[in-house]
Write a protein of this length. Structure first.
Length: 167
């Protein structure tokens, strides 16, 4: 089920979709292929599609001129960060290469923050990797601070975790 959440300046329409939506599935596969290129394997973090249904989470696709070019999602996490356990975890942030450098990732991240806050999350947490310097730069420039490792890759030397107070 698609619900158009927001049409933001810059031509990106952000739509809430199910995890199994065809556009979402295609973009998730593309990001997995990117992980294989950068890290030598797919992201093996456990993910259940039901985690991305409101009120416990949401999955979004960003459309530019009707074409799916970006994804972003959040799910409840309970990881302690920023003085709270009312946290949500950012997942599946991705912008297709042909649509990068247009501010879409920043717009999607701001949308995830607003959506998670509207569902009573007080902070967002996320995992990324040292081989994604552009992702780390985005999160740091958006006010995210480095936190101790958590999640599936918490013990990996290339795991980088961040958090930000929202709402």
């Amino acid at each position: 089920m698609r619900t158009s959440d927001e049409r933001v300046p810059g031509g990106l329409e952000i739509v809430r979709v199910g995890y199994d939506d065809p556009d979402a599935a295609r973009l998730v596969e593309e990001v997995q292929e990117e992980y294989v290129r950068r890290y030598g394997g797919r992201d093996e973090s456990p993910v259940e599609p039901a985690e991305f249904r409101p009120p416990g989470g949401s999955f979004f696709v960003g459309y530019e001129d009707g074409v799916a070019v970006a994804t972003g999602a959040w799910r409840r996490s309970g990881v302690e960060a920023c003085g709270t356990r009312a946290t949500a975890e950012v997942k599946r942030m991705y912008v297709v290469p042909t649509a990068q450098r247009r501010g879409h990732a920043r717009r999607m991240l701001a949308h995830l923050e607003a959506s998670a806050a509207a569902h009573r999350s007080e902070a967002l947490v996320l995992e990324t990797g040292a081989l994604q310097p552009e992702a780390m730069a985005l999160y740091e420039s958006a006010g995210y601070a480095v936190i101790p490792g958590f999640g599936h890759y918490r013990d990996s030397p290339i795991n980088r975790c961040y958090a930000k107070r929202i709402g």
